[in-house]
Design a protein around this ligand. Structure first.
Ligand SMILES: C[S@@+](CC[C@H](N)C(=O)[O-])C[C@H]1O[C@@H](n2cnc3c(N)ncnc32)[C@H](O)[C@@H]1O
Length: 211
């Protein structure tokens, strides 16, 4: 159990982004603050920026999702997949994560939060038996686009969308991923900058259509 006093105070943006699901957002954030370090889900320095850097950085993506089936590749602690599943009960999620301990955490959180729109699947994306089945795919902090596109694009239905959370280096990653984009028929890429004026740090999203 970590010292809850280190947890970043809840920023005003949390109420804006979680709306009437704020209690669940708080419960998940507090669980992650209490157990995330001992379970190896977050680093020891993350508590003072847990809301801004991790929870709200994920939450800002919620308006980009459409009703349908969204796969979150490499969910880890539940970022962004579990945060998005809290905010968007109208969307179905499959959280794809190969590490047993992380899968146990995700399953425990789904049960504790009473989420009925989430399946947790223990697998690497390439072996998840979801090819061609998803409407949208999210991923955060899994790998650079050059290697992320080959494991995420095949999961999508024709016309499905990649919604990949990225850092400031996204433009360089796009330059290095041109061959993968052609091979996996990724088109109309754009970089969206989300959260300005609501969250202390912006979230960059690489969004593109596949097929
Ligand atoms: C650095 S963590 C990021 C976790 C979380 N998305 C976040 O933003 O905190 C990367 C995660 O991707 C998972 N991962 C790595 N390769 C994967 C693959 N091929 N398919 C699915 N998950 C993968 C790892 O097990 C790990 O949980």
């Amino acid at each position: 159990m970590t010292d809850r006093l280190l947890l970043e105070p809840e920023p005003p943006g949390a109420a804006v982004l979680f709306g009437d699901r704020l209690d669940q957002g708080r419960a998940f954030t507090e669980a992650l603050a209490d157990h995330g370090e001992e379970l190896g889900l977050i680093g020891p320095l993350e508590l003072p920026r847990l809301w801004t850097r991790h929870i709200l950085n994920s939450a800002v993506v919620a308006p980009l999702l459409h009703p349908g089936l969204v796969g979150d590749v490499g969910s880890g602690a539940g970022l962004p997949g579990l945060v998005l599943a809290i905010i968007r009960p109208d969307v179905s999620f499959v959280l794809i994560e190969p590490m047993e301990r992380r899968v146990a955490w995700l399953s425990d959180q789904v049960a504790a939060l009473g989420l009925s729109n989430v399946e947790v699947r223990r697998a690497r994306a390439e072996e998840a038996k979801l090819n061609g089945q998803l409407d949208q795919v999210t991923a955060r902090a899994v790998s650079a686009l050059k290697t992320l596109i080959p494991i995420t694009a095949p999961l999508l239905k024709p016309g499905g969308e990649l919604v990949l959370l990225k850092g400031a280096a996204v433009d360089g990653e796009i330059g290095n991923a041109e061959k993968a984009m052609r091979k996996f028929r990724v088109h109309d890429p754009e970089v969206l900058v989300l959260g300005e004026g609501v969250v202390g740090e912006v979230t960059r999203v690489f969004r593109a259509t596949v097929g």
